[in-house]
Design a protein around this ligand. Structure first.
Ligand SMILES: NC(=O)CC[C@H](N)C(=O)O
Length: 224
């Protein structure tokens, strides 16, 4: 299992992501954004979190023009699996590889804390190790996590089972820390090979650091 991890100027979660996947037994490689290709043996491509291009203009809006993104689009169009975490989710929506957009948090604050999430749909590679309705505890850390999609888009997401995760409390009651439409924390594309979420599963790999619920999330990618 080979996980390639994209790195833009300002990415800051690439080494945590590398640590998380190596802990699960995967081989990893960090790929600089100037590369015009991604490693041929890639089984999963992760767009890691951080502040690509300092979040100037809009989070992910400049990264989408990086040379590597053409290769990412080709990889995804052939069914390659892509996971965008936080800023990676923002890059994937900006690149139109995922539906919707991430706006400034409703309260205009950067929010950094553990948050509970409910699994909405586990019929996909990413969440297959969890059950629908499971509640996980995963850190969030963002100022642009306010997921937006219009009404028609939301209906389409619901109809196609593309809503993966929603923000909740520990009991699974819906919460909304950032103003996201329908409290959405993560979605996938219609083909279910491109995944994006604002929370950071790679930061929840050890109970002693607050939660190891990220293990079950990322493990889904290791068995295909
Ligand atoms: N942790 C991150 O990836 C941060 C994402 C993004 N730069 C934001 O603050 O919204």
């Amino acid at each position: 299992m080979k996980v390639s991890i994209l790195q833009f100027p300002g990415t800051n979660c690439e080494y945590d992501t590398q640590y998380a996947f190596e802990k699960l037994g995967a081989q990893t490689e960090i790929v600089w954004h100037k590369s015009e290709s991604i490693p041929a043996d890639t089984d999963l491509l992760v767009v890691a979190g951080g502040f690509s291009y300092g979040d100037y203009l809009r989070s992910g809006a400049i990264a989408k023009f990086s040379p590597v993104m053409q290769a990412v689009k080709e990889y995804a169009s052939k069914g390659g699996k892509v996971l965008g975490i936080c800023n990676g989710f923002q890059v994937l929506t900006e690149s139109r590889l995922l539906p919707g957009a991430l706006k400034r948090n409703e309260n205009l604050h950067f929010i950094s804390k553990h948050h509970h999430l409910k699994v909405e749909n586990n019929d996909n590679t990413f969440l297959k190790k969890l059950d629908n309705g499971d509640v996980v505890n995963i850190p969030i850390a963002h100022h642009d996590g306010n997921y937006y999609i219009n009404e028609d888009g939301l209906k389409e997401l619901e109809a196609n089972g593309q809503i993966l995760l929603r923000y909740t409390d520990a009991e699974g009651n819906i919460q909304n820390p950032n103003g996201s439409v329908a409290s959405i924390a993560g979605v996938c594309n219609k083909e279910k090979n491109v995944f994006g979420l604002m929370p950071h599963p790679e930061r929840a790999m050890e109970a002693v650091l607050g939660s190891d619920d990220g293990v079950k999330m990322l493990e889904g990618f290791l068995e295909s």
